[in-house]
Design a protein around this ligand. Structure first.
Ligand SMILES: Cc1cc2nc3c(=O)[nH]c(=O)nc-3n(C[C@H](O)[C@H](O)[C@H](O)COP(=O)(O)O)c2cc1C
Length: 169
């Protein structure tokens, strides 16, 4: 039987093309942190982070279901979104690995009232969140956080990430 290839389209975009499309949308780079059941810091690099609502102040992050940081967020019911400052590519790359000593060489402090470690020396801004809702979406969880505290560092410009390049000119 003859099948016209033009009519034979996949039902969804191919993964590689999807990645190319989405990486063309510039984002900031966040290190999302939380404390594990053992009290130790956990964290990962995230580009899927944005504001959701002003009243109440809500923000969301999308986290892969296989993330080792996820149980810490679920256990403590909170996280901190550290919006990286320009020039922190090495930190972003390290936090995007699965090594167990990610926090050994970085400076962090415990925030007041929940959330995860604040990376003051490396963040242009940070948002301390309590977990309000988790929504299952494909192979990720959407974490919706109520922003209970935060701050920004006037002297630090935020890092930008686009098409796999950190801080493109
Ligand atoms: C620039 C960049 C952006 C990323 N964005 C996300 C993201 O939005 N969500 C996510 O789950 N993983 C994202 N990742 C991948 C995680 O950082 C990576 O899988 C990490 O190893 C997970 O660590 P964990 O298992 O210790 O939590 C990103 C990686 C990079 C380099």
């Amino acid at each position: 039987m003859f099948v016209d290839p033009a009519l034979y389209r996949p039902l969804v975009i191919e993964p590689q093309r999807f990645r190319e499309v989405m990486s063309s949308f510039p984002s900031g780079v966040v290190v999302l942190t939380a404390f594990g059941q053992d009290g130790l810091p956990r964290g990962l690099t995230v580009s899927a982070f944005c504001a959701v609502s002003l009243e109440p102040p809500l923000a969301l992050a999308c986290i892969d279901k296989t993330s080792n940081t996820l149980p810490a967020v679920q256990h403590t019911g909170g996280f901190t979104a550290n919006i990286l400052a320009v020039g922190r590519e090495q930190l972003a790359r390290r936090m995007a690995t699965k090594v167990s000593d990610k926090f050994d060489t970085i400076t962090w402090r415990r925030p007041v009232g929940g959330g995860g470690p604040v990376l003051e020396a490396d963040a242009a801004a940070y948002a301390v969140c309590t977990l309000k809702e988790t929504i299952e979406a494909g192979d990720h969880w959407i974490l919706i956080g109520l922003v209970v505290d935060g701050g920004h560092h006037d002297g630090f410009a935020p890092m930008v990430y686009s098409r796999h390049v950190y801080d493109p000119l």
